[in-house]
Ligand binder design. Structure first.
Ligand SMILES: Cc1cc2nc3c(=O)[nH]c(=O)nc-3n(C[C@H](O)[C@H](O)[C@H](O)COP(=O)(O)O)c2cc1C
Length: 357
């Protein structure tokens, strides 16, 4: 086990800023840009590995051009999987190729907790222990379960403010992170075989103040999703990105629900998860009792209308984003976001006033 989180990823600078493996959105260009800026970028493979080989190949090209190498035989990026759906054996066949071995694999949302062990064991074996295991958890119970079953190198502690999928019922990171750290530390202290993982906070962190607060809560690093939706390198429709930039006051303008999954047909998620996104006409109609068939028809019409489906009071397209949406103010490069968040957090942690820097 490395002496610090950043020591495990030698190209990174403390405090570690990572980009969430957002399915379809975090591809090679976003993940590599975050790593090039001294963070750790994750490609979001999700449950589907059809484009994984080509995204890894694109990543290698970008990293070679940037002359970013780890000298340890791993690619300085990670890949995230939704393990309720991603095929383990086929994934390992890709990740075990010497040119593809990522620095980290991120596991989220098992259909059964034992899947965590199968994936962690499989990835460690396929990479000869070179790939670190990150597991995203949404509660103290899940954190203990993941630690006991899979001995992760990193636990990503996801609070309920997070954009995209998370626990339908959950706590914010201000209580979840320290309680999780205490419980996992107590378990690891009493176990002779389970080293203490590093902790990364996720959910509602959009800039340096949230990142600094997470470090004060005991995390060694932070993971941002929503903020990177406004990165130049994100693979995202302009209507979606504009909706993120327009929104503010995310506690009242976003909602965690399964309505958007139903309308999009992404209903394979295990029970207990919901997706947080901008609260729009699709959700309002669902709450008002509009039938699923009618709501779906309106949704499909909105899909056909393209970027207009994200505009104004009638917006109804899915806009997964977290409560930190109001702190996302402008489109920036992923490198600039990564450096800004890290540097602002460092300034605050070294005693500078915690106003917007
Ligand atoms: C648009 C979007 C897509 C996401 N997709 C995934 C995913 O495919 N896999 C995953 O593990 N987490 C996914 N997440 C959740 C992130 O891992 C992370 O917990 C979250 O983005 C952190 O909160 P924040 O959005 O407030 O920064 C997604 C988040 C967003 C906003």
């Amino acid at each position: 086990m490395a002496s610090s989180l950043t020591a495990a990823y030698p190209w990174t600078t403390s405090p570690l800023v990572s980009c969430a493996p957002m399915r379809l959105i975090a591809n090679a260009s976003l993940a590599t840009a975050v790593s090039i800026a001294g963070g750790l970028g994750f490609i979001g493979a999700g449950s589907d590995i059809n484009t994984l080989s080509s995204e890894l190949s694109k990543s290698r090209d970008i990293l070679n051009k940037a002359k970013l190498s780890t000298n340890t035989g791993v690619l300085p990026i990670g890949v995230g999987f939704l393990i309720w759906g991603a095929p383990l054996a086929d994934t390992l066949a890709i990740l075990s190729k010497p040119e593809n071995i990522p620095a980290a694999v991120w596991l989220f949302a098992p259909r059964h907790p034992n899947q965590l062990k199968d994936w962690a064991d499989g990835v460690r074996k396929a990479s000869s222990n070179k790939t670190k295991i990150w597991i995203q958890v949404t509660s103290v119970r899940e954190a203990l379960e993941a630690t006991k079953l899979a001995s992760p190198d990193v636990l990503v502690v996801q609070g309920t403010d997070a954009g995209g999928h998370g626990a339908a019922q959950g706590a914010g990171i201000i209580s979840l992170v320290p309680e999780t750290i205490d419980a996992v530390t107590e378990f690891c202290d009493s176990s002779s075989s389970t080293p203490l993982p590093f902790f990364v906070a996720a959910g509602g962190i959009s800039e340096g103040r949230g990142a600094a607060a997470s470090i004060c809560l005991g995390a060694q690093g932070v993971c941002l999703g929503t903020r990177y939706l406004a990165a130049n390198e994100a693979t995202i429709a302009s209507g979606y990105r504009d909706a993120v930039l327009r929104a503010s006051d995310g506690g009242s303008t976003t909602i965690r629900s399964s309505v958007y999954d139903q309308l999009r047909g992404t209903t394979e998620w295990p029970a207990g998860y919901g997706g947080r996104g901008v609260l729009n006409a699709s959700y309002r109609d669902h709450e008002a009792g509009v039938s699923f068939e009618d709501n779906k028809k309106l949704y499909d019409d909105a899909v056909a209308s393209g970027d207009k489906g994200w505009e104004g009071e009638k917006a109804r397209l899915t806009t997964y984003a977290g409560t930190g949406i109001g702190l996302v103010k402008s489109i920036m490069s992923a490198e600039a976001i990564t450096r800004e968040v890290r540097q602002d957090a460092s300034k605050i942690l070294s005693g500078a006033p915690a106003s917007r820097l």
